[in-house]
Design a protein around this ligand. Structure first.
Ligand code: SAM
Length: 474
């Protein structure tokens, strides 16, 4: 988890936050580790989610909650930018207007006294009825004589309908903060349970699919995204599971990236998100967000790392890469379209009609480079990526670079910016999404499990189809 937390810390924007759902077995170890990486001062709270309303008779103590550790990238920034929760109906019901005050409803039930204070705050007050009162024993006025006087002048002091009750100073609904600070207790009735997510939502949505064991209810993620994000923000779930985070982010108008290791990326997440986009998911937070459908997503298989270290600690090309995979990966990295030619062995891809790329793990001599240069001719240019080369001179139509050195330079490893400059990724209409990893497919089994064209939703269709096309050629 340390590697992942360090990466997430670097990826987060200054006003971003990390929310980790974790059960009791690991929560406390993870807290200590996250404190080290995020800094204890950036720890916001542990929210307690009631994930199970029932009890297990066979347990020593039946586990009914998960912890949600909340960290800010920068606590001060986050405190000023995070959203408040809307007031509940019950909270709003406490504001009434029994005296038809033109300033609107004000909070009932407030008592003008406080539990603590000094003797000075027990001054006598004359009520409109003429009676003179002091706070009850052990209580103190919650206001100073000056505040009471000013409130009387402004008509904000209330003494009951008969003008004979202890004073209170009105707090108008229009003047209090628009929402309330989120609390740490998240009950099942408010945000749902795993069981409800499965039974009431996903089982009905994905009829023929074995349900994911512990899907998060959409209400839970909705609350997190409501507090921590605004429309258009980018949400990352690096352990996507059933895909609830992406589904809710999508319905709430946030952009999202999900990462999932298991096959359910294909069997559960893609069909689920497709239904969300097609407006065919009536469950979860669809009503609450007034979701009607729309948008799209792109789906990528991650290739294994292009480079690995050999036993002497030197960077070498991963043995899992065959020649075609290597050529495709480097085309992607360099912004060339992968399109190996049947006629010219050195044409693996092109950036324009006259600019080509050639990828080889061979070591090229001066003579070989001279031959290449002659074949390319004066009207065309070629980028040559090879394991090594030796040359006494320069060739005006060739640019020769060494892999893996060149790849390492392009990847900017170890710097704070983790955005790989992978230039041939298809561009989504609208805002670009930052990608941190290779998008190329490499494994045979991955190829077999790739979603069909029509498994990919509208917005990403073009880019993903063109990627699929290059694989078919291969
Ligand atoms: C508890 S589930 C997540 C539940 C999910 N948030 C939801 O709402 O359904 C954890 C998921 O992380 C995935 N996972 C575990 N290790 C991973 C890794 N290294 N990279 C990507 N996904 C991983 C597992 O396959 C599993 O689906």
């Amino acid at each position: 988890m340390r590697d992942r937390l360090e990466l997430i810390w670097k990826l987060l924007s200054n006003d971003g936050s990390l929310w980790i759902t974790i059960d009791d077995n690991e929560a406390h170890y993870l807290k200590v580790m996250a404190d080290e990486i995020f800094g204890r001062s950036n720890f916001i709270a542990t929210c307690v989610w009631e994930k199970d309303k029932g009890g297990r008779g066979d347990a020593d103590i039946s586990l009914s909650h998960d912890n949600i550790l909340v960290y800010a990238r920068n606590r001060d920034t986050w405190s000023n930018t995070r959203n408040l929760m809307p007031r509940s109906e019950t909270q709003l019901g406490r504001f009434k207007n029994p005296d038809n005050d033109p300033r609107g409803p004000w909070r009932q039930g407030d008592d003008g006294t406080a539990k603590s204070g000094t003797e000075k705050q027990r001054f006598p007050v004359q009520l409109p009825s003429g009676r003179i009162v002091t706070p009850p024993p052990g209580r103190y006025w919650a206001f100073s004589p000056q505040t009471l006087e000013k409130s009387r002048e402004e008509g904000r002091a209330y003494f009951g309908a008969d003008g004979d009750r202890l004073p209170i100073i009105k707090r108008y609904l229009s003047e209090v903060r628009e929402g309330v600070a989120p609390r740490t207790w998240w009950s099942a009735d408010e945000v749902g349970t795993n069981q409800q997510a499965k039974r009431d939502h996903l089982n009905k949505l994905l009829l023929d699919i074995e349900p994911f064991a512990t899907p998060k209810p959409e209400g839970l993620i909705h609350r997190i995204l409501y507090i921590a994000t605004n429309p258009g923000d980018l949400v990352l779930d690096s352990f996507a599971g059933s895909g609830t985070t992406g589904a809710v982010a999508h319905k709430m108008g946030r952009r999202w990236i999900m990462v999932e290791l298991g096959d359910h990326a294909v069997t559960h997440i893609v069909p689920r998100l497709r239904k969300v986009i097609d407006g065919e998911d009536p469950g979860g937070v669809t009503k609450a967000t007034d979701w009607q459908g729309g948008g799209g997503f792109r789906f990528y298989w991650l290739a294994p790392s292009l480079l690995e270290k050999d036993r002497w600690g030197r960077w070498v090309i991963n043995k899992e890469y065959n020649g075609a995979m290597l050529a495709e990966a480097l085309c992607k990295l360099e912004g060339f379209t992968y399109a190996p030619s049947d006629t010219f062995y050195w044409q693996h891809g092109h950036s324009t009609e006259r600019d080509f790329i050639y990828v080889t793990t061979a070591s090229l001599s001066h003579v070989q480079l001279q031959q290449l240069s002659d074949e390319v001719g004066p009207e065309q240019t070629l980028l040559v990526l090879c394991a090594a080369f030796r040359s006494d001179g320069e060739f005006p139509n060739l640019t020769v670079k060494r892999i893996p050195l060149h790849v390492l330079n392009r990847c900017e490893w170890g710097k704070d910016d983790h955005s790989l400059r992978v230039e041939s990724l298809p561009k989504a209409p609208g805002k670009p999404v930052q990608m941190g990893l290779f998008g190329g497919d490499s494994r045979e089994d991955a190829k077999a499990r790739r979603p069909r064209r029509d498994d990919v939703a509208r917005e990403g269709l073009e880019g993903t189809m063109s990627h699929a096309k290059t694989r078919r050629r291969e």
